[in-house]
Design a protein. Sequence first.
Length: 276
Amino acid sequence: MCDIKGCGSTQSDKPLPQATGEERRSFLKGMLALPLAVVLADPLLAQVAGSRTRSVQLALGGGNKVQAHLAMPDGNGPFPAVVLIHEWWGLNDQIKAVAAELANLGFMALAVDLYKGGVADTREDAMALMQAVNEDEANDTLTGWINWLRRHQQSNGKVGTMGWCFGGAWSLNASIETPVDATIIYYGNVTRTPEQLSRLQGPVLGHFGTLDKSIDEAMVGGFERAMAQAGKAERLDVHWYVADHAFANPTGARYDADDAALAWSRSVSFLHRHLG
């Protein structure tokens, strides 16, 4: 389970990636690109990067409307698309900044909101928001956005999902609920039955930490066995890092710069390989 140290906060006990003053000013003026970790670790830089996304709305059945933030690459496309699913904190500037970075890399990136606008600053608020999620509504939301991206006039028709912790579990859920072309899980709960996993259509990439006491080797090992029983073993690529839960979040006390960079590089390569 996420906690205040596990899923990131502004209270990291390690030195955070930083830009120089000149680099920071140039980035804020749109004149310089910075490494993603540097942007995510700085609240102002993350806010500016996230502002390069735009809010979009989708009407679901029953008159329900859901919100997300979309980042588009330059040009007319067609582009591959990625659905990003937030940690238990909600759709904050860091997740929007990741969407902006993926757009820089040539992907339509949609950061969805499963909390209906809620964003937490404390562990207690995050827990309350997470526990309030209705599974049927969340599945409908993710399915709706995946289909929206497939039909988008600038899409190449291929869609992947990516999520962290709470969002990692929902990245897998979304891929079970509706066919996608690639699934990325960062240390999310992967306890599923072979019957559920048999519905997966695309390949799955998982990033996990050997020091993680919740999403541990026993859980992931069970996931691997269930994938094999579902006939999907060859579609699963699991990577282990000598790191703890949320090692990819540069605002968290468990951040590991080298492992985060390696996991990100693997994720981007995976998306390019399977989405185009």
